[in-house]
Design a binder for this molecule. Structure first.
Ligand code: AMP
Ligand code: ZN
Length: 115
């Protein structure tokens, strides 16, 4: 398991920094975003540290599948009939925490579309 002692999300996964946990299994921790952009805004974070989606390689297949599956479980736990999943990759796309994570957003109409 990769860990970066200076990484905020590694520290949350380790329990050094508190979080509002929504779901946890061997591979991921999901917790509420501290600055929610929607009524439900949960971050799904793999316990294994990788900075960005672009840095993921073939060895990260299981990690990526675990994040996607956990996002679906979170949506079920949060009783979201519709939700959006976002991964920001790189500061130009708005990534501020360089530990891969997916945003699960829901609980309001999300009409605006980028594509
Ligand atoms: P991103 O901009 O895609 O890197 O997403 C990082 C997210 O982490 C932002 O939506 C922040 O609001 C959120 N965040 C930062 N610090 C914390 C924290 N201590 N607990 C929960 N969420 C956080
Ligand atoms: Zn990390």
């Amino acid at each position: 398991m990769r860990r970066d002692p200076d990484c905020l999300f590694c520290r949350i996964v380790k329990g050094e920094i508190p979080s509002a946990k929504v779901y946890e299994d061997d591979a991921v921790l999901a917790f509420r975003d501290i600055n929610p952009a929607a009524p439900t805004h949960v971050l799904v974070v793999p316990k294994d540290h990788v900075a960005t989606l672009a840095e993921c390689g073939d060895g990260d297949r299981a990690l990526l599948a675990d994040v996607m599956l956990a996002a679906g479980k979170v949506a079920g736990l949060e009783k979201l009939d519709a939700f959006r999943l976002i991964v920001n990759n790189g500061s130009g796309a708005g990534q501020t925490v360089f530990h891969l994570h997916a945003h699960v957003l829901g609980g309001k109409p999300m009409g605006e579309r980028l594509l």
